[in-house]
Design a protein around this ligand. Structure first.
Ligand code: FES
Length: 352
């Protein structure tokens, strides 16, 4: 399930001055494995210098046979994003993991609903797929998108959204907010945050009327807007949040120092081996990779759950968790990229 496949880049199209859409060709033999649900992401892997770099990007296009696309926004000093913007070309190959992730929505032709998407910056990427797939498959459903950017120039997928608005003028409502650009009304000026949602709730939108809401953007925006939606009357159980920004450092220094020297037993591919943590190791996964174990991982940020395993015995603590559900945690699953042993005797099973 977590295998990488070499996919050829079919095309690279600029979206804004600092973002591109990368479209891969999916050969017929892999078509079944690359079936995806709107909201899911791909993990891309390539070698830059002497290092294997992996990054997760949301799939942005719905329903095009034989192709799958992600969007990459450039980050200053971001090794993969700068590589994608400057060096990647059509015809080159990248290692691509099959679609993963629990965020999103599987449209159903028998459903009719009213849906809300809140996106900031590149957080639009999974929303584009969710909105297009939902309005295509559910002829009675409606979508409202509130999309925050610094300016219209920095806004990704402007043309794709305009095309969707032309296709579904009655069923798609687009509300654009700009924080560094003059707007016709003060209501549309500023950041997408809790205060702005309350202002929109006072004047334009009844947030209690949505059957589902999806949020994707920077961490602070997601926390604030989720809280605001609940205070505006939307049931918290109807809100899905995509934590696509992955922090670099996953555990604090004190916790790492305590874990140093502890031994962990790993079961993977039918074999068992022991590893020992050092103080520089961020997690069990880091320690295992440093000692040559070939364990599955993608984001290293607690988001994708590719690294999940089950605690057979002993105890571990996780720094963050954006992907395991409460029932998985209750069943003993943890994210190895976020886990440190709480003592000796931790045994982890990756073959589950
Ligand atoms: S590698 Fe993505 S959650 Fe651990």
């Amino acid at each position: 399930m977590t295998t990488f496949h070499a996919l050829k880049v079919a095309k690279i199209e600029p979206e804004t001055a600092d973002s591109v859409e990368i479209t891969f060709s999916v050969p017929v033999a892999l078509a079944e494995q690359f079936v995806w649900r709107p909201g899911q992401h791909l993990t891309l892997k390539t070698r830059i210098g002497n290092e294997d770099i992996r990054r997760c990007y949301s799939i942005c296009r719905a329903g095009r046979d034989g192709e799958i696309s992600v969007a990459v926004k450039g980050i200053a000093n971001g090794r993969f994003s700068q590589y994608a913007l400057r060096e990647l070309r059509a015809g080159m190959e990248l290692e691509v993991m099959v679609p993963q992730g629990t965020f999103g929505y599987a449209p159903n032709a028998n459903h009719s609903g009213s849906y809300l998407a809140l996106a900031a910056g590149s957080g639009i990427t999974p929303m584009l797929a969710i909105i297009e797939a939902t309005l295509s498959a559910e002829p009675q459903s409606q979508f409202t998108l509130i999309y925050g950017n610094r300016s219209s120039r920095s806004m990704m997928f402007r043309q794709a959204l305009a095309d969707m608005k032309d296709r579904w003028p009655q069923r798609l409502q687009l509300i654009y907010l700009f924080s560094q650009e003059q707007t016709e009304s003060e209501l549309f000026h500023g950041r997408l945050d809790g205060a702005k949602l309350h202002a929109l709730g006072d004047t334009l939108i009844d947030f209690t009327g949505f059957d589902r809401a999806f949020i994707c953007g920077p961490q602070a925006m997601m926390q604030e807007t989720q809280t605001a939606l609940i205070s505006l009357g939307l049931d918290g159980g109807k809100i899905g949040v995509e934590h696509f920004n992955t922090p670099d450092s996953t555990s604090n220094h004190a916790a790492r120092a305590q874990a140093a020297g502890r031994t962990v037993t790993l079961r993977h591919d039918g074999h068992e081996r022991q590893i020992v943590l050092e103080e520089g190791d961020e997690s069990v996964l880091d320690a295992a990779l440093r000692q040559g174990a070939d364990l599955p991982f993608a984001c290293k940020g607690g988001v994708c759950a590719t690294c999940k395993c089950r605690v057979v015995s002993g105890e571990a603590e996780m720094a963050i968790n954006y992907s395991l559900e409460a029932d998985q945690i209750a069943a003993g699953y943890i994210l190895s990229c976020q886990a440190l042993p709480k003592g000796n005797g931790l045994v982890l099973d990756f073959d589950v």
